[in-house]
Design a protein around this ligand. Structure first.
Ligand SMILES: Nc1ncnc2c1ncn2[C@@H]1O[C@H](COP(=O)(O)OP(=O)(O)OP(=O)(O)O)[C@@H](O)[C@H]1O
Ligand SMILES: [Mg+2]
Length: 238
């Protein structure tokens, strides 16, 4: 998928160093996500993908480099919809529909709008049957879908999705892919799910200790992903 006239930038990362506490995970990241652009970020377990999303969302400090959202270095996190890797970390209300509505109310929507929007997103994701359920009693896949409903219902201008299809059955994966394909907003999607990423992403990047490297596709990452790794890992991969 390509854009003939790349639209304006939503997110810009400039020479951003990625740190987790005292550990440097990536030296320097440069990335631009334009309006409507869906960018896939892949990488090994522990490479720092979640840390990258947390840094963009303001949950990890910036030690070097710059993040701009709509050209501003002061990030308005209300414009960001962030699906966390761990669904349990999402929930602020015990009942699913209340939790979804809360994410709308927290951004200034009134109760009537929140109720309508909640019903709409439950229907879109085909999870109306979960509306009255206690979120902590939901299955892993059900939690993921309710968490995603809360994120999408808040009408974000940028989506950060951390492993959105983990724990989802195949039908739910297709449903989520279909919804995301149709959403005309910028996205950074972290996933290990190749089929899912290839169905929605316009560009692919691999997170390495040096940089966020543009790759042609998932195949290119698998083929070259052990280049530059310590010899024992390199030989094990062959
Ligand atoms: N809260 C934390 N405190 C300390 N270290 C952490 C914390 N979260 C992650 N780390 C460490 O930071 C590194 C990067 O973790 P991160 O979760 O960003 O990786 P990831 O690329 O998302 O991995 P995965 O594919 O397994 O989700 C790992 O070595 C991890 O152990
Ligand atoms: Mg992660």
């Amino acid at each position: 998928m390509t854009f003939e006239n790349p639209p304006r930038e939503i997110l810009t990362l400039k020479n951003l160093a990625l740190w987790r506490d005292e550990t440097l995970l990536c030296e320097s990241i440069n990335l631009t996500i334009a309006h409507k652009e869906k960018v896939a970020v892949i990488g090994h377990n522990g490479s720092g993908k979640t840390t990258l999303l947390e840094t963009i969302a303001g949950l990890c400090p910036i030690k070097r480099g710059e993040i701009r959202l709509f050209g501003e270095t002061t990030i308005d996190v209300k414009q960001i919809g962030y699906l966390l890797q761990e669904s349990d970390d999402h929930f602020l209300a015990p009942i699913a529909e209340d939790d979804i509505a809360f994410s709308i109310l927290a951004r200034g929507g009134d109760r009537k709008y929140a109720a309508e929007k909640t019903a709409e997103i439950l229907s879109t994701l085909d999870i109306e049957h979960l509306a009255k359920k206690v979120v902590y009693h939901l299955s892993g896949g059900e939690k993921k879908l309710v968490a995603l409903a809360g994120v999408l219902a808040a009408d974000p201008k940028l989506l950060l999705l951390d492993e959105p299809t983990t724990a989802l059955d195949y039908d739910a994966q297709l449903r989520v892919a279909n919804i995301l394909q149709k959403l005309d907003i910028g996205m950074a999607i972290v996933s290990h799910d190749r089929e899912f990423l290839e169905s929605i992403a316009h560009r692919f990047y691999a997170l390495t200790p040096q940089t966020l490297k543009r790759i042609d596709d998932y195949e290119a990452f698998i083929t070259h992903s052990h280049d530059g790794m310590p010899p024992h890992i390199h030989s094990r991969a062959k």
